[in-house]
Design a protein. Structure first.
Lengths: 277, 440
C-alpha cells in the first residue's frame, strides 16, 4: 500500500514522463529534419532510416550557392512583422470596443469574423489574384503584408477580445474618472494589464505569417517571395531532394525558433503577472 | 548652385537619366521546376547574361504541382508575372489553343528546328502551330540489375512483355534479403501512378476513351491491365508500394533493393551516377514492356519553355528560350558539367554524338524509346485524343487525379481492382458528360 507521499511522488514522476514524452513527440520531426539536413541524399533515403552516419555540410553549401537565402529571409521578416504590427493596430481598438462597449450584434460579428477562416483560401484565389493584378500588387511585400494582416485579423481580434474581457470594466472606469483620455485609457491602463495575452497574440500572428505558404506561393514570384517559397523550390518530382529540403527547412525555421525561444521567458512572465491574476 | 550652372547640370542629369533607362536591362522572369536539368540551366544563366548583357534573368523555382497551379492562375488571369514558363506536353497544346501562349515561329536560322525529334515538336504543337520549345524530353524504359539476372540465369529481351516481367519478378523477389522483384509507381497522381498504369493499359490494348469520348474502364482490357498491375506490384513489389512515386523508387533502385524498375528515361543519368547509386555499374536497360501491343508502351513527355502572351518582355524571353534549347547550350553543358549531363531526348544531333553515346550508357535505349513513342497513335484501337500517358484535354488532369487515387487504393488493398474500375468509369463518365463531350 502506497503512502500519500509516495502516491504524490509517483504521480509527479508519471506526469513528468508524460510531459517529456509529449515534448519529445512534438520535437522529434524537427530533430529528424535537422539530422537529415546533415546527411547525403542516399543516406536521407536509406531504409531503414539511419541514426548514425557521416555528417556533411554539402546541403547547406548547395543551398547557399543556389539561393539568395537572405533575400527570402528579409521578405519573411518584413511581411511577418509588418502584418503583425498592422494587425495589432486594428485588432486592439476593435477588441476594445467589442469587449467594453458590447452591443446585441457583438457576438454575431465576432462569429462572422471567425467564419471567414472557414472558407478554403483557394476558393478566393482567382478574385484576389485579379484584384492584386489590377492594383499592381502581385509579387510585392505590401500586397503580401495586407493579405497576411487580413487572414490573421479575426484570430487576433478574438484573442485580444478574450484577454480584454478578463479585465474588469471598473478599472477602466476608474481611469476615466481620473481624467484619462481614450488613448491614455488604452495605452496606460488596458495594454499594460493585458500585455501577456497581447504578447501571445503577437507571437501567434508572427508564427502564422512566417509559416503561411498558400498565399506566399500564389501571390509572389521573385521579388517578394518569403522563406516558404524558398522551401517549396527544393521539392522535386524527379531527383532525390530530402536532404537539401531539410537543410533549407532548417534554415527557414531557425529565425522563428530562435525568436520564440528568446521571447519565451517574457511571454511566460507576461502571462503570469497580469494585474488581475 | 548659381543659376548659370543650374541649366547645364539639369541637362546633364536629364541625359544621364535618359541614357541609364535606355541601358536598363530587360528583366525576364522564368518560372521553372526543381529538376536537375533545370537547376543546371539556372546555374549557367551567367553565361547567357554575359552574352546578352541587356537581359537580366530572374528565377522562380517551384515544385512541379505548385508551379503548375501557379502558372495556370497567372496565365488564365493574364497576370503577367512570368515571361518564360516551364510547361509540359500536356499544357502546351491546351494553353496554345486557348491563345495564352506566343506561337514559336521565326526562330533564328542557326536554331535548327529540324534537328528536334518530330514526336516532341508534335506534342508541343496544336493545329500545326508550335507553342513551346523543348528543353528536355523523356520516354519510359525498363531498368534491371544485370548481375541479378546473370546470377539467376535470366535473360532480358530488348522489349520484354509484362508476362515475362512477372516471371522475372517472381524469381528475383527475395523480401527476406531486402530485395524486391519489381518497383513501379503506386503513388496517386495523374503524373505519378497514372503515367505508368496508362502505358501498361495501352500495352494491354486499352484506351481511355472510345471514338465518341466514352470512357472504357468497364472493358476487359482495363480489367486485365489493372488486375495484372495490382497482382504484380502487390506480390513482387516493395512493401508500401502504393505510396511510392518516381523518387521513392529511384531511392530503392539506387540502394540495390529493386530487381527491375519501369520508369522515366531521365532516371538513366541517376542510376548510373556512382555518387548516388550503389548499383551504378550493375544496371542495364530495355524498352518499356509490351503485352498485346507495343503501341503506347513507353510514354512521351517533355519539359518545354513557353512565352505567355501576357509577358511584356517577349523578345528578350524568346532570345533566352532559343538559347536554352539550342545546340550551343548543349555544348556549354557538355563543357561545364560533362557530356552525359546534356538535356536528353530533344535533339537528334545529341544522339549522333559518339562521345555522348559512350558517356551515357542509357542513351541508345532512350533514343529507341523516344522513337517508338507516338502521341498521335498510342493505342491499339483508335482513340480521339493526343497523348501517350495522358489525353490532352483540359478535363484529363482532374479526372486522372481522382482515378489515380482509386487505383492506388486498389494497390493498397482498400478496394478491389473491379471496384476501382467501376469508380473510375463512373467519375470519368460524369466529368465527360458535364464537359459536354456527349450527353447520356
Amino acid at each position: 500500500m502506497l503512502t500519500l507521499k509516495q502516491r504524490r511522488s509517483l504521480t509527479t514522476a508519471l506526469m513528468g514522463i508524460l510531459a517529456w514524452g509529449v515534448a519529445l513527440a512534438i520535437f522529434f520531426p524537427i530533430f529528424w529534419m535537422l539530422l537529415t539536413s546533415f546527411k547525403t541524399e542516399i543516406d536521407a533515403f536509406a531504409t531503414p532510416p539511419q541514426l548514425f552516419f557521416t555528417p556533411t555540410l554539402e546541403n547547406y553549401t548547395l543551398v547557399n550557392e543556389r539561393s539568395d537565402y537572405f533575400h527570402f529571409a528579409w521578405n519573411s521578416v518584413v511581411v511577418s512583422f509588418g502584418s503583425t504590427i498592422i494587425g495589432m493596430l486594428l485588432a486592439v481598438p476593435a477588441a476594445y470596443s467589442m469587449a467594453f462597449f458590447e452591443t446585441k450584434r457583438t457576438k454575431a460579428t465576432l462569429l462572422w469574423m471567425l467564419s471567414t477562416k472557414m472558407l478554403p483560401p483557394v476558393g478566393v484565389l482567382v478574385p484576389i489574384y485579379l484584384l492584386f493584378k489590377d492594383l499592381q500588387m502581385l509579387d510585392t511585400r505590401l500586397g503580401l503584408t495586407i493579405i497576411f494582416t487580413l487572414i490573421n485579423l479575426p484570430i487576433m481580434i478574438w484573442m485580444a477580445y478574450t484577454y480584454f474581457k478578463e479585465i474588469p470594466k471598473e478599472v477602466l472606469e476608474a481611469a476615466r474618472m481620473d481624467g484619462s483620455t481614450l488613448f491614455q485609457e488604452i495605452w496606460r491602463v488596458l495594454l499594460p494589464m493585458s500585455k501577456g495575452g497581447l504578447a501571445s497574440t503577437v507571437l501567434l500572428s508572427l508564427i502564422l505569417s512566417w509559416n503561411e505558404a498558400f498565399w506566399s506561393l500564389n501571390l509572389t514570384a521573385s521579388q517578394a517571395a518569403p522563406l516558404t517559397a524558398l522551401i517549396a523550390s527544393y521539392s522535386s518530382p524527379e531527383g532525390l531532394f530530402w536532404a537539401k529540403l531539410s537543410a533549407v527547412s532548417t534554415l527557414a525555421c531557425a529565425p522563428i525558433l530562435i525568436f520564440g525561444w528568446i521571447s519565451q521567458k517574457q511571454l511566460v512572465r507576461g502571462l503570469s503577472f497580469g494585474a488581475v491574476k | 548652385m548659381s543659376s548659370n550652372l543650374l541649366l547645364p547640370a539639369l541637362v546633364t542629369a536629364g541625359i544621364l537619366s535618359a541614357s541609364s533607362s535606355a541601358l536598363a536591362a530587360t528583366k525576364v522572369t522564368i518560372g521553372t521546376v526543381n529538376n536537375g536539368d533545370m537547376i543546371r540551366m539556372q546555374s549557367l544563366s551567367d553565361a547567357f547574361e554575359a552574352e546578352y548583357p541587356h537581359i537580366d534573368l530572374d528565377w522562380v523555382v517551384l515544385e512541379e504541382n505548385v508551379l503548375r497551379q501557379r502558372l495556370t492562375t497567372d496565365i488564365a488571369t493574364g497576370g503577367g508575372q512570368f515571361d518564360v514558363m516551364t510547361i509540359g506536353m500536356y499544357e502546351a497544346p491546351i494553353w496554345g489553343e486557348k491563345g495564352w501562349l506566343t506561337v514559336m515561329d521565326d526562330l533564328p536560322a542557326d536554331y535548327d528546328k529540324e534537328d528536334i525529334f518530330p514526336s516532341v515538336l508534335g506534342g508541343l504543337s496544336k493545329n500545326g502551330k508550335l507553342y513551346a520549345l523543348p528543353f528536355y524530353a523523356e520516354s519510359s524504359m525498363t531498368y534491371y540489375r544485370k548481375d541479378l539476372f546473370e546470377a539467376n540465369g535470366l535473360t532480358m529481351p530488348d522489349q520484354p512483355t509484362w508476362d515475362q516481367m512477372k516471371s522475372f519478378a517472381k524469381t528475383l523477389h527475395k523480401p527476406d534479403e531486402g530485395q524486391y522483384g519489381i518497383c513501379l509507381r503506386g503513388k496517386a497522381g495523374w503524373g505519378e501512378n497514372m503515367a505508368l498504369i496508362t502505358t501498361m493499359a495501352n500495352a494491354f490494348g486499352a484506351r481511355w476513351f472510345d471514338e465518341e469520348w466514352k470512357p472504357e474502364f468497364s472493358g476487359p482490357e482495363w480489367k486485365n491491365a489493372l488486375t495484372f498491375y495490382v497482382d504484380l506490384l502487390g506480390n513482387y513489389g516493395p512493401p508500401g508500394a502504393s505510396s511510392n512515386g518516381f523518387n521513392e523508387n529511384l531511392a530503392l533502385f539506387n540502394s540495390g533493393k529493386c530487381g527491375m524498375w519501369v520508369d522515366a528515361t531521365v532516371a538513366g543519368a541517376f542510376v548510373t551516377d556512382e555518387a548516388q547509386s550503389k548499383v551504378a555499374d550493375k544496371v542495364d536497360f530495355a524498352l518499356a514492356p509490351s503485352q498485346k501491343t507495343d503501341k503506347g508502351a513507353g510514354w512521351l513527355w517533355s519539359w518545354a519553355l513557353a512565352i505567355p502572351v501576357s509577358s511584356d518582355a517577349k523578345e528578350a524571353a524568346k532570345t533566352f528560350i532559343t538559347w536554352a534549347t539550342s545546340k550551343s547550350y548543349s555544348a556549354l553543358v557538355a563543357e561545364t558539367t560533362g557530356i552525359a549531363t546534356i538535356p536528353p531526348g530533344t535533339r537528334a544531333s545529341t544522339y549522333e554524338n559518339a562521345e555522348y553515346i559512350a558517356a551515357a550508357p542509357f542513351a541508345t535505349r532512350t533514343l529507341e524509346s523516344m522513337d517508338k513513342a507516338d502521341p498521335n497513335d498510342a493505342t491499339l484501337k483508335p482513340a480521339p485524343y493526343v497523348g501517350v500517358q495522358f489525353a490532352a484535354i483540359p478535363e484529363f488532369q482532374a479526372i486522372a487525379t481522382q482515378v489515380g487515387k482509386l487505383f492506388s487504393g486498389a494497390l493498397a488493398g482498400s478496394m478491389s481492382a473491379e471496384q476501382a474500375l467501376m469508380g473510375a468509369q463512373s467519375i470519368t463518365t460524369r466529368e465527360m458528360t458535364r464537359a459536354r463531350y456527349y450527353s447520356n
